[in-house]
Design a binder for this molecule. Structure first.
Ligand SMILES: *Cc1c(COP(=O)(O)O)cnc(C)c1O
Length: 386
């Protein structure tokens, strides 16, 4: 029996230890981990540089409160600012909290209340971010939702023409992660930019899943000609320690003054130590170039090995956030892959999502593709045999 609320459909796996791209369960079965704690452990499990940085901070102090100047917060904020279009950072503890901060800042700064998000988006599980999320299954049973949010279809241009100047912000993911690994089209992003200018709305990019090198750039919006007012980050930022961040442009600083917003644990020094080591490693030209190379390699191998498979509709994504869209429900395929020692996760009912650590080796990529090809072939045979 469990003492936990059953809010997660858990796998039947109990982990003994995890290192690099590998997870070992209590029965000594080894899994190649292409989930990475859902885009969190971007340097693999128990990365040595992160561990050293955290240990060093643990021996100094664990928590002080935001009454104190904490240089390590400034160091992490500087890394985020230098690698984005923002000028100031607010630290919190999760992706939902980073989006909460963005929503509050956008309202306060513009004096407007309406925020536009998109169908199939995912922005979190708090009341405001749940309301922001454009998926009915996330809303079910919790209504009435906040009236602040309007959902438009993703990658469609015409609906944006309807928007008026009562909109505080447009908020979106440039690759919808939970919604099915759906990258934004260039023309859609251009239209979003135009629309924000036309109606005087702020642009908020939710980079909780796509940021921190996942797509081969510090943030995925940098693949486009885009300079967002606000960027939110979390998942990969702390390599597994809980850290969230909202990065805002200079003009917004005056709207978040002392007392405007806060978080007891936000900017916690242990979490900051982890983020500092993580960003130092990932926000490095050669490292990011290696992510792009591995992406090309993995996509071409997947296309070669399973591109023609009758189950596969499309292989898509950006960087090492990859979706294999199948023409049927994927949950049993994901179970079979796990049986065959490869951890993957769904994104919507028909997409298998691959999120390898960014420092995955080429041998590990080969092995993953081999397991996927073998698993798909076996399922195909069992279908044909029926
Ligand atoms: C995971 C995710 C969130 C929510 O992050 P939490 O840390 O679970 O609150 C928000 N936005 C996107 C795009 C995400 O992928």
């Amino acid at each position: 029996m469990s003492y936990l609320f059953p809010t997660y459909a858990k796998w039947n796996v109990t982990v003994k230890e995890a290192k690099g791209s590998w997870v070992t369960d209590v029965n000594d079965k080894k899994y190649l981990d292409f989930v990475s704690g859902i885009a969190v452990c971007n340097l693999g499990h128990a990365n040595e540089d992160v561990l050293d940085s955290v240990k060093e901070q643990l021996s100094k102090y664990w928590h002080l409160s935001n009454m104190f100047h904490q240089p390590i917060q400034e160091e992490v904020a500087k890394l985020l600012v230098e690698n984005s279009d923002g000028e100031a950072v607010f630290f919190c503890n999760s992706g939902a909290e980073a989006n909460e901060a963005a929503i509050k800042l956008a309202r306060k700064h513009t004096g407007k209340t309406k925020i536009v998000t998109f169908l199939k988006s995912f922005h979190g599980r708090t009341f405001a971010t749940m309301s922001a999320t454009g998926q009915e299954k996330i809303h079910n049973g919790f209504g009435p939702l906040l009236e602040t949010f309007t959902y438009l279809p993703y990658n469609q241009l015409e609906p944006l023409d309807e928007l008026q100047d009562d909109v505080a912000a447009i908020m979106l993911e440039v690759v919808q992660g939970e919604g099915g690994v759906i990258p934004a089209h260039n023309v859609f992003i251009e239209k979003i930019k135009e629309t924000c200018d036309r109606i005087g709305a702020l642009l908020i990019i939710d980079e909780v899943q796509t940021g921190i090198g996942r797509t081969g750039k510090p943030f995925a919006y940098q693949h486009f000609n885009l300079s967002p007012d606000i960027v939110t980050s979390a998942k990969g930022l702390g390599s597994g320690l809980p850290v969230g961040a909202m990065i805002g442009k200079k003009e917004l600083i005056k709207s978040f003054q002392a007392g405007s917003h806060g978080s007891t644990f936000g900017g916690n020094p242990i979490a900051m130590a982890s983020a500092k080591a993580t960003l130092t490693k990932i926000f490095n030209k050669e490292f990011l170039a290696s992510v792009e190379e591995k992406t090309k390699y993995l996509i071409s191998k997947l296309n070669q090995e399973i591109g023609e498979h009758p189950f596969v509709n499309e292989i898509r994504g950006k960087g090492l956030l990859i979706g294999i869209e199948c023409n049927e429900q994927t949950s049993s395929l994901i179970d079979q892959l796990r049986e065959n020692n490869l951890l993957t996760i769904g994104a919507g009912p028909e997409v298998i999502r691959l999120l390898p650590p960014l420092n995955v080796s080429v041998e590990e990529l080969d092995l993953a593709v081999e397991i996927i090809a073998k698993t798909f072939a076996a399922v195909n045979q069992s279908v044909t045999a029926q």
